[in-house]
Design a protein around this ligand. Structure first.
Ligand code: CA
Length: 140
């Protein structure tokens, strides 16, 4: 996937974290748009078709887990949960809600970029595999 056209939806209500994430992603070539609550996140996930979503667990109107579950009803977009809780139960809950990975706050810019790149790499690997399979099937 071309990084320049990779659109990332960042869902976070704390301006401090939002700023940090934006200033980390933009210079690296990602197109960033943001939502500060769950309702807005679900709406943007369906209308803007992001390539990846960074989703905070603690949002003012609903939990990130619920947002994740609702997005999963209409999209397979990769989702990385942002969590302040390092508890195993919370990590499991996020993965069960349909998240692909999680990053525990506070995280470094380097870790965030590496996690995003890893998830996108995984997605494009499977997309290529799927394309090849369809191509082969089409030959017979
Ligand atoms: Ca928050």
């Amino acid at each position: 996937m071309d990084k320049v056209s990779t659109r990332v939806l960042v869902v976070e209500d704390e301006p401090r974290y939002l700023r940090t994430i934006e200033t980390t992603l933009r210079p690296d070539g990602y197109v960033v748009f943001t939502a500060s609550n769950g309702e807005m996140a679900i709406q943007l996930a369906s209308t803007k078709e992001p390539n990846l979503i960074l989703l905070d667990v603690r949002l003012p109107d609903m939990s990130g887990y619920d947002v994740c579950q609702q997005i999963r009803e209409f999209s397979t977009v990769p989702i990385i949960m942002l969590t302040a809780m390092a508890e195993t139960a919370d990590k499991i809950r996020g993965l069960e809600a349909g998240a692909d990975d999680y990053v525990t706050k506070p995280f470094s810019a380097g870790e965030l970029l590496a996690r995003i790149a890893a998830v996108l790499r995984r997605v494009s690997f499977y997309e290529n595999k799927l394309r090849q399979t369809i191509f082969r099937a089409g030959n017979f």
